[in-house]
Every structure is written in C-alpha cells, then in structure tokens.
Design a protein around this ligand. Sequence first.
Ligand SMILES: [Zn+2]
Ligand SMILES: [Zn+2]
Length: 367
Amino acid sequence: MPEYRQDPLTGRIVIVAEERASRPHQFDIENSCVHDHSATYQQICPFCNGNEFMTPNEIAAFRVADSSADDSGWSVRVVPNKFPAVVQNVPDSALWSENYSWFSNYSLKFYHSENERFRKPVSGLGHHEVIIDTPRHILSISEMTDTEVTDMFRMYQERLKSLRKEECWKYIQIFKNVGAAAGASIPHSHSQLMAMPFVPQMILSIWEKALEYSYNKKKQKTNRNLSDCVWCNRIKSEILEQKRIVEETLNFVALCPFVSRFSGEIEIYPKSHESDFQDNVPISEFSLLVRRTIIRLEKAVLGIKKPFAYNLVLNTEPFDSSCPSLKNIFHWHLSILPSLARAAGFEWGTGLHINPISPETTAAKLV
Ligand SMILES: [Zn+2]
Ligand SMILES: [Zn+2]
C-alpha cells in the first residue's frame, strides 16, 4: 500500500510506493559513469595532473613542500569556476546588504510599490569555485584512497574556514555531482563551492523551524532525556529503532531518512551535536564512512555498472550573524542523493516526490 510521509522541518511530502519499482524501465536513466579513461583523454582533462595551465590560477591547494602554485605536486587543488553561476566583482556589490537581505526577508506588501522589487534583477554576487579532489583521473569517491577522501573533506573545512572570514557571505554550499546524470560536465572527480550573500529560503525555513523546536523543548522541559536539537532527537530514535540505519561508527551514523525523496538516499550525521563542519570533526573516521557508504550503494542496492551517478551535498550552519538566536541550532550533515530516476511532471508540478524503494528496504539491502 502506498504511503504519504511528511518531513517536519521542510514540510515536504513524499509518496513511498514500492509497487512502482516493478514498473518496466523504472531505472532506465543512464546511471553509470562510463567514459574514456585513456591516456589520450587525460591529455585534454583540465583537472588531471600536469594540466594545471588549463584552469584559472589556483586559490588554494594541498601541495608537497617544494612545489609551486599552478604546477604539479598537489593532492587537492581549488580554482575559480571557469564558467561561474555567480561572480564576485559586480558593479553594485557595495550595496550587497541592502540588495540581498531582501531575498531572505521579502514581503508581498511591496509587490506593487514604486520600486517593484520583484521585477528588478539584482547583480549575481557570489563566489563559485571548483575543488579538484585528486590529481588522478578517477570519477567517484569509491575509487579514492584513504588519504584522498580525507584530504578532500579537509579541503572542504579549509575553504569554509577561509570564506567565513569574508563578511559578505551568509551561506556556503559545497556539493559534488558525480556522472552526467547527476549534472557533472567534467568526469574527473571534483566538488564545487558556492558562497551566497543571503541564506536561501529553504535553508532559512529549516533553520527557523529547528529554532522553534529548540525554543519549545526548552520551555516544556517535560522529558529530560530529549535534547533541544531536532536532529539529535531524530538520530537517537533512529539508532534505537534500527530500521533505517546503514552503519554506525563511534562518532557518526549513516541512515536512510524516513522521508527519502529518492531511492538510495542516505544522510550521514555526527551523533553528538555539532552545527558546523569544522576542524574538530574526526575527519578520517567521517571520510572513510562516506566512502564505504558509496561503495555499499554501488554494490548492494543498485546492481548497475559502477561507478554510479549521484550528488553529495554538505549541509552546514549558515553564517548569518544578524540572527544570534539561530547560532548553534543547525546540526550539520551530509546528504548522498543517487540519480536513479528523473523528476517528471508530477514532481515538478507538486513538489512531491514518488519514491519506489522505501528507506527501510534500502537500509535492509545495504547492511
Ligand atoms: Zn582528469
Ligand atoms: Zn543536534
């Protein structure tokens, strides 16, 4: 029997309809990332070792001691996106606070006023960079060594730390598209970072809901075993119930969320409350768990040619210092979203997703 499930933080509703998994061509999208690994291809890959001249000048890198910037000798390299979605040097960037705070706090009462804010485009201020995860021409985290996957996440931390110092950024999204079906235009394993001058509406709404939860929990104080953090309590219940757990380590848990939009969707959380993806994260333990989880997905559930296409999204606390009560409310986590089926008319029209493999079934197949 199909079921509706609602996520309390986003309000998002998902239809879990396992009967649909037996439909013909359920997963007919090209999931695998088959492409040319040949030496000839690697000569034209801008992210391969030795081709540093093909990218804009590097912003940061982990390098061996005697190597120079924009030369070989690096293990992770960060460069500006050659085709950025947003740019740093915009004519009215001095007005950023006035222009961009509007996006997070808009009101329809101004809709017909003189300035017609809703019809006036605002310059696309932002920062868009590429983190080249490894000099080796590989596609997925599953092919990385222990050191490579740990270095990749260490660089995420470095970039967050560095950009946090620039006051104009309110939110930073680090993500990774693996395979053409997940939106990657270059197959060589890389991540992207976008810094925004405002907190996106969806993130702000989740953040405020979590604050509301925390406020009510503090006020009620009915159950002392419960934390003030909605995610901490959710993680505790999931570990007790064990129905959607993929793997638990000393400090982390990988689970299939109860309201999974996509088949094979997995979230990885620190078990104790941490709002930011910062230096104190046990980075090696986390990195290896992420890699094992991707390998589990490839081997156990999907039954398709590996490596498969997926998105990886790091959700960490926004930087908006104008809201002190929101500080330390967020609970950072990583989402893994396999690209197994395309969103179609119903999803675009309603915002609801139909998931043909329940998170319980997925978790059972993964462990
Ligand atoms: Zn390459
Ligand atoms: Zn928490």
